[in-house]
Ligand binder design. Sequence first.
Ligand code: AMP
Length: 411
Amino acid sequence: MTNLDSINNEPLSLGHHPVSTTPGTFESLGLSPDILASVKRVGFIHPTPIQAQVIPIALKGKDLIGLAQTGSGKTAAFVLPLAEKLLHGRGIRGLILCPTREIALQTKAFLDLFGKTHKLATTCIIGGVKAGPQIRDLSKKPDIIVATPGRMMDHLRRGTVRLDTLEELVLDEADHMLDLGFLPQIEEILKRIPKKRHTLMFSATMPGPIERLARQFLHDPVRIDILPEGKAAVGISHRLYLVERENKQNCLVTLLNQELGSTLVFTRTRIDADWLFRMLDKEGHPVTKIHSDRSQSERVEALKSFREGAHRILVATDIASRGIDIPAIEHIVNFDIPGTVEEYIHRAGRTARGNAVGLVSTIATWKDVTMVKEIEQTLGQEIPRCTVPGVPPFVEFKPKTPLRFGRRRRR
Ligand code: AMP
């Protein structure tokens, strides 16, 4: 992956985040020599499919809806046109709304890299940190704000920021923002910004409320769909461990001892994440944790130590299932099965990023069998039933007529 931490060290090195690119060139997309130089410095050689399609349309000022997942190069697809169109010092003209603080921070890092030649100033307005420094930053009129909707709305209500000079709006991971209950804030924010503006919206799914948002707030948008046909990335192997409830912990520990690569373990609740973290820590595993009860600095620190390999295991709630770009996760463990199929796909998407391969192990009990079947329907395959030594499998009832798996397209 691109080393976003070394923003000030030139040339910026491209690390090892394999991402599928097109044979095309950035030069053919209509970017200026300045911005092309920053792309070169970052080390991007060919555009990814979403970049190749979005950049020329966004540069022309047309609204668009991009159906794309994280890991597809989506961030640069909207950051590059923004960096191209905006120059420093004419008031707040760009707003990017993101679902989580981590995605907001990553997006700011991209803007700092690509906006350097136009001296663009970007401010991150996210929850979980003090408002005072944000108010100071806002009073300096940054060119672009990257924000989570809740904190952005707080500032708008308090009158610590106005968005009446806004020209460019990006709604990133719109479906995830809705999942997190941000629809009222988004609608309110959108009512407070100029109607005459350019809007880009990205989402991995297109449920009804997103279509409605698009109809209400986008002007004749171009639709770009680069979602993979098979839903989950091709390089992922899925495995299912059906066990009794009291054996889940044993199953997890055995899996962690068998698969020695970097591992992201998902639990359903913050309490379970804390409990699992304590248990693994006590057993001597190199483990850290992330969930929404942790402070912003703890979350940043946990991700950093996981990314850098100081901790091989990250225990997380679904806060980490989307948008976090850690290139080398080899193994995802669903200690608790996700509540929806979409969430399974998003969790699985944390591994096998770009062209890499990865493993998703789901530990499930008899209560989870209905969800397992739904996931299998969506994947279009039966997930292989696997066992670990010392943990007896739970034997499920199998219908005589085998299930038929149709290839359904993403909603
Ligand atoms: P994103 O989908 O925006 O989270 O990007 C996923 C990863 O792909 C990030 O590590 C980017 O730095 C990297 N990336 C994005 N575009 C390119 C490109 N054109 N060439 C190489 N790497 C890229």
